[in-house]
Ligand binder design. Structure first.
Ligand code: DQA
Length: 144
């Protein structure tokens, strides 16, 4: 089984972001960990990152057209992108929202997710394990 693991703006620069919030893995190391976690549960992860809303939307269209499950960390798009929400809503396969940090324990503008309402579930606050937990959830959802 293949899963698209989509990552939004600034996640490609994790090495430059606050390590107290995002940990100390850079994006390449996070990608390796996600791929390895996928193999553990029999999932092939296609991990992508973009700072562009247009590109994120085109990847969600690809998932919708090909019925591919999605794990998405929309990053800052989480809090305001209705366009990404609408694209995510077209994905009929499982779609899980993930965050490295717990946005609910941070600034108030992060308390709103416009994506959660169209996701099957949200996993936040566990660092890279948020992705691992999402992979377990997707594999169970697809099997059941
Ligand atoms: C994030 C949380 C968002 O609020 C933030 O804009 C990010 C990363 C996370 O993974 O914790 O860029 O999605």
């Amino acid at each position: 089984m293949k899963v698209l693991v989509l990552n939004g703006p600034n996640l490609g620069r994790l090495d430059l972001r606050d390590s107290k919030i995002y940990g100390d893995l850079d994006f390449a190391a996070l990608t390796k960990l996600i791929v390895a976690s996928g193999i553990e549960v029999g999932i092939e992860c296609d991990v992508r990152q973009s700072d562009s809303e247009v590109e994120m939307i085109s990847w969600l269209h690809e998932a919708a057209d090909q019925k591919i499950p999605v794990i998405i960390n929309p990053a800052a798009f989480t809090h305001y992108s209705y366009a990404i929400r609408d694209a995510a809503d077209m994905v009929s396969a499982p779609l899980i929202e993930v965050h490295l940090s717990n946005p609910m324990s941070r600034e108030e503008f992060r308390h709103t997710s416009v994506i959660s309402g169209v996701a099957d579930g949200t996993i936040a606050g566990f660092g890279p394990d948020s992705y691992r937990l999402a992979l377990i959830a997707v594999s169970r959802m697809v099997k059941s």
